[in-house]
Design a protein. Sequence first.
Length: 583
Amino acid sequence: MASLSPLQTLPLHVVEMIVDHLTANIRQALSKNFGDDREIEQYQRSQTPLLWVCHSFRSVVSERLFKDYELNFDAHGDKLVGGTALWMRHLKRFNGPLHLVAKRLTVQVSAWAIYTGTALEVLSSKPHSDYFFPKARTLEIKLINGPDPECSSVTTEMAENAVAFVRWVWRLAPKLNQTEMSSGMSSLDGRSFSSSFHFNFPIAICFDAMATALSRFGRIRISCRVEGKFVFQFMDTIKNLVYLNTNFCYNAPQTMELIRQNASTLKHLVLSAFGVDITGIIQGNGTALAEYPHLETLDVDYYSGWRTLQQRSFDGAAPFPRLRHLICRDGYPFSDELVLFRGNAATLEHLHLPLTQSLVNTLIRHGVFTPDSHPKLQYVILLPPPDIMEDNGANNLDLVSIDGSDEPDYVQLMLNIAPGAAVRKIYYWAPPQLTPPVLSLFGKHVFLQVLVMSELRLSIWDAMTLIRLLPLLSDLHALAPTLDPLPAGVTSDGLVPYVLSNYSPMAVRFRCWHMEGAIHDKHLIDAVTPVLLLALACPNFDYAAVTRNRRYLFAGQLERAIDKPSFEAFAPHLRRLIPLSGF
């Protein structure tokens, strides 16, 4: 009998450390070039050769690569494909028992396949040993598009078939402790559908019956961003809801009732509302105030243009005592501006709030934010009013914004928050120059990583002063820099020695300048020397981004400037700026 390889005798925790070491550099390199989805897939593919090293490596890598298993029915339910996304795309030659290592099971099925019983018939006909998930802890059932069962007389049969399907799936994964119910946006057979998922009467029965059945097995998460007036109409008995992500404009009363009756278990609530009184999550008509003792995330995308708020009094109410993440994406949805901030100063970590001058004044007047009032606040995102964002096309994610017209109040509010906050990104909506209050604000935010000042044209000297203030800054968005005015006593021939003696080295994290706005040829030519000087001062600056229709012009200008006597000694270092990327 052949002896075992030394690798096969290693403890699994040692093999895990070896795999981490072998793939760490790959993951770090990929993170510089790809977005999240592509990066994850590339990182997974980098581990696939390890599947064939030995049994120990196969066990460890399989647990990582195949933890998410999918059972995909076609729209009619008569075809079933099982596997993981990575396996189906790249690893079909690997014949290991993927289902035995899966930690999460996703079942995609249409309401038509449930109504006709086809999905249950196909699934129950498969060998139990091939579709058994002993390690699965999470189950998601995703209702996808398919032929619509239009007849309203299918009510009872639809509900019964939905519950029977859920129970059969549960037999396949007996150790589940969390379930999810969601609505899909397209069918698996590749047919084209509209971008929204419309709930007619039978589909609503199917969705609600399956969700209610799942909730009886333990905690449930529901994600249902759909169109249709029937959604959540048949969930009267649902319990154990810990997560809800939905948009509602047709069926607000039922949705509000669902939320309030699960107030004691909800941990995460993500809502989009069109023209409804969203304050109903705190109090319904004639009902007592609801308290959410475990809610950690309240994420509201509230369309203020359709506002129909009722004037209710929440004096003294503290409905969210353990709130950690407060996110209001479009407008502040409560008539009482302070109700969301009551009782959670000690727990609030993440604040995302659109600011109006009225709200800023209210927050300051009532002392909601004072130095050290929120000891756990780590991430702050403040936005200008929604109409400003829409008119100017600004990206409203991950921003701290200062409206120049109301600059003193915004700065005061941010300085109050600053002692306990690790602000990552600032969007500066301001006049065409940096003022002392704003520079003071930047100096407080030493954790700043991205600064967006799309309307500002900085001299390279102001830019380097600013970059020096911010040791973690990696990305700057501004107009193309200028060289003027030159420092006193410095001539154009002495620029390189001056920068090397006064600014270099600095800002090892700084890497990219996005040159925003309409860039004329003269602006690009004038920016060449400032960009090269900045590259000398910042050792890792290697990305000067311009619009795509100007990238080759700018690259040519940089190439010629690098060959000049003042820069040629640094040519190998400076050529990292070429080729350029466009945006």
